[in-house]
Design a binder for this molecule. Structure first.
Ligand code: NAD
Ligand code: ZN
Length: 353
């Protein structure tokens, strides 16, 4: 399909290096029959985008260039492909950033979020740090008009937090959250909103983020220079927590999370690790003998988690406004990443209007 539009501004990774992103004038993407063209309204920066911006080993190994990156957004449909049903110009939308295949064993058995053939918006195909983006129709999520565009742009990481907290089944339980990055902080708010009994949050030398955790509902915050396992025991009548939710991607926090669990407790892991994790036979035997369950979490359940997140947002119980620390015009793209890299930021939002 030939596009009526001409050019747009996009953040393009043009060189595989730290300073390799440029704001460029590029053609607006053409859409195929099963895609829609979305005019981006708000975009937010994800930890993955920071890896791409810095061009770390993971980015170099995983991605091709040039590429437009970014995947957290909200916007309005500008036009639809010839075979698209149920989406029309003007619709207020976001999208699931994982592009599943629909043909494999997992997709055919209701587990599209762990499709082994998964592609990702802004990683394996052009993303949304641009005025317009082409999105597969199946991936489109219709936003509720009551949810403002900057909050709607956060539904991807919010979905990570919701899936993790719900896997921990936290209502009435004591909960340890390790890592108060944006997703860990969202988890604090989700755990509070869904009735967690006591929420303890840990961070590594980042008391700024622990202050946000307190505002979102954490009962206790701990820096990792304390003996966390001991402190958690003190705060839980000597028992340890019922549930540990791991959002740091740090080996030390994973170990602390496991050791802080009461016998029969549950460990849910969203964090991704970039260094080797030496796990001894003692560590594994501890999990076995104490009857600990461990669950890994990827992305969002499609579309269960999106419905759950939507209802939580509409309940008014999530305090995501507290998490947005900086707002920039898209033209000031690099300022947004400077803020993200400062360590003194929650979520950073770009606006395109
Ligand atoms: P982030 O890097 O912004 O936050 C991690 C936080 O953990 C930081 O604030 C850091 O200071 C803190 N931390 C580091 N070491 C710690 C320690 N020993 N104890 C306590 N806190 C410590 O990351 P994010 O964007 O909030 O994402 C959280 C994690 O989830 C990352 O590991 C990310 O790679 C991963 N992730 C996984 C999925 C998935 O689908 N499984 C999706 C998105 C993100
Ligand atoms: Zn599949």
């Amino acid at each position: 399909m030939i596009c009526m539009y001409d050019h747009m501004i996009a953040a393009v990774k043009i060189k595989g290096e730290y300073n390799g992103t440029e704001l460029r004038k590029v053609p607006v993407p053409d859409i195929s029959d099963d895609e829609v063209l979305v005019k981006v309204s708000r975009a937010s920066i994800c930890g993955t985008d920071i890896h791409i911006y810095k061009w770390n080993e993971w980015a170099a190994d995983t991605m091709g260039i040039p590429i437009i990156y970014g995947h957290e957004f909200s916007g309005y449909v500008e036009k639809v492909g010839d075979k698209v049903k149920n989406i029309k110009k003007g619709d207020y939308v976001s999208a699931e950033g994982h592009v599943w295949c629909d043909d494999c064993y997992q997709c055919r058995t209701g587990r599209r979020h762990i499709c082994p053939n998964m592609k990702s918006l802004g990683i394996s195909r052009n993303g949304i740090f641009a005025e317009y983006a082409a999105i597969r129709d199946k991936n489109i999520w219709h936003n509720d008009e009551s949810i403002k565009p900057e909050i709607a742009s956060l539904q991807d990481p919010l979905g990570n937090a919701v899936q993790t907290v719900f896997a921990g089944n936290v209502a009435g339980k004591t909960v340890l959250i390790t890592g108060a990055g944006p997703i860990g902080l969202m988890a604090v708010s989700v755990a509070k909103a869904t009735g967690a009994g006591k929420i303890i949050v840990t961070e590594h030398a980042n008391s700024y983020r622990l202050d946000i955790a307190k505002r979102l509902g954490a009962d206790h915050t701990l820096l990792d220079n304390e003996d966390i396992v001991e402190r958690v025991k003190e705060l839980t009548d000597g028992n340890g927590v019922d549930v540990s939710l791991e959002f740091s991607g740090a080996m030390q926090a994973l170990r602390t999370g496991l050791k802080s669990l009461t016998n029969g407790g549950k460990m849910v892991i969203l964090g991704l690790y970039s260094s080797d994790i030496p796990f001894s036979d003692e560590d594994i035997n501890d999990i076995v003998i104490r009857g600990i369950s461990v669950e890994g979490i990827t992305g969002r359940l499609i579309w269960d988690t999106w419905y759950q997140s939507n209802r939580l947002l509409k309940s008014g119980k999530l305090k995501l406004d507290e998490l947005i620390t900086d707002r920039f015009k898209f033209d000031d793209f690099h300022d947004g990443f400077r803020a993200a890299l400062s360590g003194k930021a929650g979520k950073i939002i770009y606006s395109f209007d």
